[in-house]
Ligand binder design. Structure first.
Ligand code: GLU
Length: 436
């Protein structure tokens, strides 16, 4: 049973429903533990904290499609709106064989915190389909995406909940989602999703935005701890939109990307990998496996790599009690959502390893999603320089605020980010009041 969710239940309130009870092993359990750590810092707003432990709306949908071989397949889809106090729900859609309700609930909650942390006017939401999209043909992928969009169409919309890309989804999938929603509502509605192709109301700089944000906060944090980026060694887990772009930006400043791990394996090069060549290899082959100018090491060895900066940019729960004691980095920048468990957080803290938490470090993506949504509403598009300038300002300002709170209240950067964000969420909750 849950430790995290078994704290005092306010008088008159029912205990958390069973599907919200965490066993502390899954992502939702990790999130509840993170919330419990922030509650003592919320002052009078703590009376609303229970809100954070209960998603506003959970939708589970059946997604049946015709497969190319004539059979009918059913996939399980989700859309969770965790909180909409500060604005419409916002968050990506993930296609992965391990997607579960617990995972999507946690991801939606982290979106609430992230959006509030960078102060974009959104609540938090997330969606997903439990499927390995690599096993689908292009036609099957399109039919699944369209049927899923129709099924969640009752709760999404430009002013209700705005999906975006996440693991294994991209601009083409957003184009199909936008088209399906628009066909169903009878008007072209570009603002219903972000991360679209640029020719279809997408924003310049969106694809690179998460990695650029990771890089930006990394550079800021490095100044505080006296780490010279230009001579640093970097290890990256996940080399897609987030890890690949962040790795490229760090390498351009002179840093050596010495190890990269993805679903195909782990590669290492003491002198530093040729990042542009590796990006071309991943583009052509789908993973880092087979990259010639590197040695192959075991996936487990990745955690022992001598590095200054570790960037987990893949999936949740990668840094755990099992490997947190082995990590050599001085700083971890969480490009992924939820890569570090609370138990691992404590170990890293004791070892004086600075963790830049997901809810601020990877907020660059949703920040440019916000710019895209604004541009779609006004049908006026900004150039890339403008977008990157605004992105960097938001990331730097938000990080400086969180750094200050962490120093002032002697808490980790994760708890500091939760303090800033949860106060914003619960303040609007209080202002809006309960209806009826
Ligand atoms: N999926 C991204 C994230 O986890 C972006 C979400 C968005 O742009 O709405 O932050």
């Amino acid at each position: 049973m849950s430790h995290a969710s078994s704290g005092p239940v306010p008088a008159g309130s029912h205990p958390l429903p069973s599907y919200l009870q965490a066993d502390n092993l899954g992502p939702w359990g990790n999130y509840l533990q993170q919330v419990d750590r922030v509650i003592p810092h919320l002052g009078s707003l703590a009376r609303w904290a229970e809100t954070l432990k209960r998603p506003k709306r959970v939708l589970i949908v059946d997604v049946p499609i015709h497969m190319d071989d004539g059979t009918v397949a059913h996939f399980e889809g989700y859309r969770v709106q965790h909180n909409v106090s500060r604005g419409p729900g916002k968050g990506g859609v993930r296609f992965h064989q391990d997607v579960t309700l617990s995972e999507v609930m946690a991801l939606s909650a982290w979106m609430s915190v992230k959006n509030a942390a960078v102060n974009v006017p959104y609540g938090g939401a997330k969606g997903g389909i439990r499927v390995d999209p690599k096993k689908l043909s292009r036609g099957e992928l399109e039919r699944m995406t369209r049927r899923y969009t129709s099924e969640i169409g009752i709760i999404i919309g430009p002013n209700k909940d705005i999906p975006a890309p996440d693991v294994n989804t991209n601009d083409q999938i957003m184009a199909w989602m936008m088209d399906t929603y628009s066909m169903n509502t009878g008007s072209t509605s570009t603002g219903v999703v972000t991360g679209k192709p640029v020719d279809l109301g997408g924003s310049l700089g969106r694809r690179e935005a998460t990695g650029r944000g990771v890089y930006t906060v990394g550079v800021e944090a490095a100044k505080h701890i006296g780490l010279d980026i230009a001579t640093s060694r970097i290890a990256v887990q996940g080399f897609g939109n987030v890890g690949g772009v962040a790795g490229k930006l760090f390498a351009e400043t002179g840093a050596r990307v010495v190890a990269v791990q993805d679903h195909g394996g782990t590669i290492y090069r003491e002198a530093g990998l040729d990042v542009p060549a590796l990006l071309r290899h991943v583009e052509a082959n789908g993973s880092v496996a087979g990259f010639a100018e590197a040695e192959v090491i075991t996936n487990d060895k990745f955690w022992d790599v001598d590095c200054d900066i570790l960037i987990p940019a893949a999936l949740e729960q990668q840094i755990t009690e099992a490997n947190a004691g082995r990590i050599k980095a001085r700083m971890i920048i969480e490009g992924a959502n939820g890569p570090t468990t609370p138990a691992a957080d404590d170990i890293l803290h004791d070892r004086n390893i600075l963790v830049l938490p997901d809810v601020i470090a990877n907020a660059g993506g949703v920040t440019v999603s916000y710019f895209e949504w604004v541009q779609d509403f006004s049908s006026f598009f900004w150039d890339e320089e403008e977008i990157n300038k605004r992105l960097v300002k938001i990331m730097k300002d938000a990080f400086a605020g969180v750094w200050h709170v962490a120093q002032d209240q002697k808490v980790s950067l994760r708890t500091a980010t939760f303090i800033v964000a949860c106060k914003r969420i619960l303040h609007t909750r209080e202002l809006r009041g309960l209806y009826p």
